[in-house]
Write a protein that binds this ligand. Structure first.
Ligand code: ZN
Length: 88
């Protein structure tokens, strides 16, 4: 099974679990939260899990906002590149 097949399965499971959450099925809410969080992280992350600026491997935090850059320097560099790109 490829990663994208797995992700599409998880998306199906997420909507089924959401129905279960709405019907107050025991344990559904916790599992739904975990799947929804994993899917959000996957949507936001770079496709190969590397820093969008320097290409170093990224470790994603288990909670909170998923990382796109490995650190502040790479984030700043990308911001400057964007600013140049839009002519500002
Ligand atoms: Zn970087």
């Amino acid at each position: 099974m490829t990663k994208s097949e797995l992700l599409s399965l998880l998306r199906d499971a997420e909507s089924v679990l959401w129905d279960a959450v709405c019907r107050n099925v025991s344990g559904a809410e916790k599992t739904h939260q975990r799947i929804a969080r994993a899917l959000r992280a996957e949507d936001a992350a770079t496709p190969d899990g590397t820093c969008a600026s320097c290409g170093n491997a990224l470790t994603q935090p288990s909670t909170g906002r998923p990382r796109t850059y490995c650190g502040g320097a790479c984030k700043k560099r990308a911001q400057r590149a964007r600013a140049r790109g839009t002519g500002q």
